[in-house]
Design a protein around this ligand. Structure first.
Ligand code: GRF
Length: 226
């Protein structure tokens, strides 16, 4: 592996499709990070097999084997050190973390959440978005802080909510943008273009499309103007 790449450990609990997206981007020329390990708290998580097939080291730290959250996190932390991780990417990692663990990785741990935070923290985001009747939904990558799904936001992507949507169709639409924003976020953090500074996200050299707009449904009211 090229010198100077940030070493990334990905934490998963299940399917691992975001982990795969991070892995794919990690193989692109010029990528400033490499995935060095995929760690799961769930033995048999599907993503572990995908990672192993891609030649990535895997580890299981089964939370059920520990009496306390702290004891689990101690071993998780040690495992991250064994892999000499510079950055930690939580990707569908379904454990709430203590303040003490999070503070050890402050500014170096990212998470992806399937909603436009601060809306719909926690679970069942797509169900809750449908219930709330929002017309725009999406996904967020943020730095992890002790507040659940409350850390400073790095990048967000929005998608429309369609009239016929159910939880599955909406989840699939959101997942497609998750797979784009997570590698982008990790890339920029690994490149040093995006940092956590005094509780806020500082960026440089990361372009914004000032003209980007999403109307859902369309806002054109004149016939033939759609
Ligand atoms: C994703 O929707 C992610 O945003 C959420 O859990 C899901 C994990 O999916 N935290 P996958 O395991 O990455 O396929």
């Amino acid at each position: 592996m090229a010198q100077g790449k940030k070493r990334v450990a990905v934490l998963i609990s299940g399917r691992g499709s975001n982990m795969e997206a991070l892995l794919r981007a990690g193989q692109l020329p010029g990528c400033p990070y490499e995935i060095v390990a995929v760690i799961s708290n769930v033995p048999g998580a599907r993503g572990l097999q995908t990672a192993a097939e891609a030649g990535i080291a895997t580890a299981v730290v089964d939370h059920r084997q520990f009496k306390t959250r702290e004891a689990f996190e101690e071993v998780l932390h040690e495992t991250l050190l064994v892999f000499a991780a510079d950055l930690v990417a939580c990707a569908g990692f379904m454990r709430i973390m203590t303040e003490s663990f999070v503070s050890r990785w402050e500014g170096r741990m990212l998470n992806i959440h399937p909603s436009l935070l601060p809306l719909f923290r926690g679970l069942h985001t797509h169900r809750r978005a449908l219930k709330a009747g929002v017309k725009v939904h999406g996904a967020t990558v943020h730095f992890v802080t002790p507040e659940l799904d409350g850390g400073p936001i790095i990048i967000q992507a929005a998608v429309p909510v369609l009239a016929g949507d159910d939880e599955d169709s909406l989840a699939a639409r959101v997942l497609r943008v998750e797979h784009r924003i997570y590698p982008a976020a990790l890339w920029q953090v690994a490149a040093g273009n995006c940092r956590l500074e005094n509780g806020r996200v500082a960026t440089d050299g990361w372009p914004v499309d000032e003209t980007a707009q999403l109307f859902s449904p369309a806002a054109d009211i004149l016939p033939g103007n759609a």
